[in-house]
Design a protein around this ligand. Structure first.
Ligand code: PLP
Length: 406
């Protein structure tokens, strides 16, 4: 029997995979909409969305069509040549946002790597080698490369790998005074998630982002918004910055951009893009035709009033029921977030036990997420059916009851 046809099981993970992850005990094999089936044929409702990725659920017909059509046309040519899907996607993103230019890559970390390198390059070109400091937020998450863990505000991800990238400082999120105290003429960029995702589904205050924008302007620093998790419709707007009306200089996108096909993008202005001339940065797969064809279809479907208004309505549906469950069982101190990125902050009695809720949900045929040890996170498809929301939250209530009963 060939390797492709061999029977594989969860236990094989512990034998053949580098143990960077500890995945759940079942193996999903098929998905349709917001339902997923495992090897045993068990059906689960998916409120995890591949960690805010499966923005149109599983096997959305428009995405399947875009991928298969492109698969029959052209898979890859590298950036020695350009390609039609990449150019079409760049035009769509430029038309829909503040940006004039797009750089494509394969993940959120790479989109941020490009953003941080560009910010440093711009400062270097315009103001000289002394202006290289980056200010980021405590508890932020920007990816797992050495630069992105260094900018990320969680030492558990950046410690233990030798010297970090230097010139980076961290300030408490949503604390404008702390940002004011940290910023200086040496600052080249302030990097923020408009909604902290991994850090606990924490939206920024409007005044904080406005203040950050003003400080950047005052100190000739660039404002970088990491919208890898908050972007592509998840907030109910195409990007969360549009909700706030605070425009960044550089924006990173990934996750939902490809709806499940790996792609990342860094968006910026024409003037800043000129600091990345040919040869300064790159990646073999960036702008891959398959990825760009799918992402183009995602943008077409997402960036419509129908889908974006639907996100706001589904947010209310989720929130009302989650608050009710929280009150009934005394498990949540707050239900927060925006659109379909929702976090339930565990009450004191359940602090540190988000994993227990995750495990119990899975036992009740429901896929959810944690955002740290104290927050239960939901990042479902933006087009999740109301009936799936209701049934999924029924299952969630039973899962919560189980945790509460011990
Ligand atoms: N930035 C944010 C805000 C994220 O939430 C993530 C992933 O969770 C990343 C960057 C990293 O993206 P990727 O895992 O695709 O490299």
């Amino acid at each position: 029997m060939s390797v492709e046809q061999a029977q594989v099981q969860r236990a094989d993970f512990d034998q053949v995979m580098v143990p960077t992850y500890a995945p759940a005990g079942f193996i999903p094999v098929r998905g349709k909409g917001s339902r997923v089936w495992d090897q045993a044929g068990r059906e689960l409702i998916d409120f995890s969305g591949g960690i805010a990725v499966n923005t149109l659920g599983h096997a959305h017909p428009v995405l399947v069509q875009a991928l298969t059509e492109q698969a029959n046309q052209l898979w890859h040519v590298s950036n020695v040549f350009t390609n039609e899907p990449a150019l079409r996607l760049a035009k769509k993103l430029v038309d829909a946002t503040f940006a004039d230019r797009a750089f494509f890559c394969n993940s959120g970390a790479e989109a941020n790597e490009a953003a941080f390198k560009l910010a440093r390059r711009v400062a270097h070109d315009r103001f000289g080698p002394e202006k290289y400091e980056i200010i980021a937020a405590l508890n932020s998450f920007h990816g797992r490369t050495l630069f992105t863990v260094s900018v990320g505000g969680q030492p558990k991800y950046s410690d233990g790998f030798g010297p970090k990238i230097t010139g980076i400082s961290h300030v408490p999120y949503n604390d404008l005074e702390a940002l004011k105290a940290a910023v200086s003429d040496k600052t080249c960029a302030v990097v923020l998630e408009p909604i902290q995702g991994e850090g606990g589904v924490l939206p920024a205050d409007l005044a904080y982002l406005q203040g950050a924008r003003a400080l950047c302007d005052q100190f000739n620093a660039l404002l970088v918004f990491d919208e890898v998790q908050s972007g592509m419709g998840r907030s109910g707007h195409l990007f969360a910055y549009m909700h706030y009306g605070v425009v960044p200089d550089i924006l990173s996108s990934a996750k939902s951009l490809g709806g499940g096909f790996p792609i990342g993008a860094m968006l910026t202005t024409d003037a800043l893009a000129q600091h990345f001339p040919a040869g300064t940065h790159g990646t073999t797969y960036g702008g891959n035709p398959l990825a760009c064809a799918v992402a183009g279809a995602v943008v077409d479907v997402i960036n419509t009033p129908q889908v974006l208004q639907g996100v706001a309505a589904k947010h209310e549906r989720f929130k009302a029921r989650l608050q009710q469950i929280g009150e009934q069982y005394g498990v949540f101190s707050q239900v927060r977030g925006m659109g379909l990125l929702i976090g339930c902050v565990l009450s004191d009695a359940y602090k540190g036990r988000a994993k227990d809720f995750f495990v119990s949900a899975e036992q009740h045929d429901l896929m959810i997420l944690q955002a740290g040890p104290d927050v239960v996170r939901f990042a479902p498809s933006l087009v999740v059916e109301d009936a799936d929301i209701d049934e999924g939250l029924e299952r969630f209530e039973r899962a919560v009851a189980k945790v509460v009963q011990g």
